[in-house]
Design a protein around this ligand. Sequence first.
Ligand SMILES: N[C@@H](CCC(=O)N[C@@H](CS)C(=O)NCC(=O)O)C(=O)O
Length: 286
Amino acid sequence: MSSQPYTPPKVWTWEQPSGGHFASINRPIAGPTHDKALPQGKHPLQLYSMATPNGVKATIMLEELLALGHTGAEYDAWLIRIGEGDQFSSGFVEINPNSKIPALLDLSGSEPVRVFESGSILLYLAEKFGALLPQDPAKRTQALNWLFWQMGSAPYLGGGFGHFYVYAPEKLEYPINRFAMEAKRQLDVLNRHLAENTYMAGEEYSIADIAIYPWYGALVQGLVYNAAEFLSVHEYPHLQRWADNIAARPAVIRGRIVNRVWGEENEQLAERHSAADIDQRLALKK
Ligand SMILES: N[C@@H](CCC(=O)N[C@@H](CS)C(=O)NCC(=O)O)C(=O)O
């Protein structure tokens, strides 16, 4: 790898490994790499995931639904170790041909329902349980605007800024500048909106907040990419207020630790099969 100017060849070919944190799992082809069925537990919902920002959207949602009393949202959460290529097993690819976590299997009906893309999982669960998505059409649209905003914007934060600031094999000024500028623009979009609104869709907490918090809320809290100082996040006080408010919700505290295998012992729970699994972890002293 070199930071010398690069002249692309006529035809791109795959040279492996290309370097960087995820080099060993990145490939230019889709499909399974090995035959392996996924485990299944006893609950109606089976989640296959890891506690990355996209993964915790699903576990926070499920914990919020359980907190609201929707017992049909009971779930087994199985760990997919993306660094070890579990997302390329035949069983996982059957649920998500895109080989990315999170993926959900709903076994409650006559036919299994396969759900992938974290935004689709949030919408599916909100509609299934009639919760966390406003009923009023204008407010519902507001929530969906921000849900889709998150799905379209976060790749610039994660795949752009995060990749070049943290994971790339070399620190390169051009991409870090470009994506830091875009990340700050997005933070300002949120800050301005939250100056006028308690939550993303107005007064009602919704799937839009659940989608945005694990990326942008965690970023301003210094939990993602350790970039709070670099991105001067003190410039976004309304976003900070909203993030602190969301982070304190019991379902968020619970959902964050599911399928997490790093950090403090009381914040790690590789698999979740009952509420007691989370209770026991959280009860461990730091
Ligand atoms: N747009 C997808 C993105 C999912 C995604 O990028 N997941 C990452 C972890 S946060 C992943 O599974 N990476 C493994 C890989 O790229 O092989 C979603 O929101 O569900």
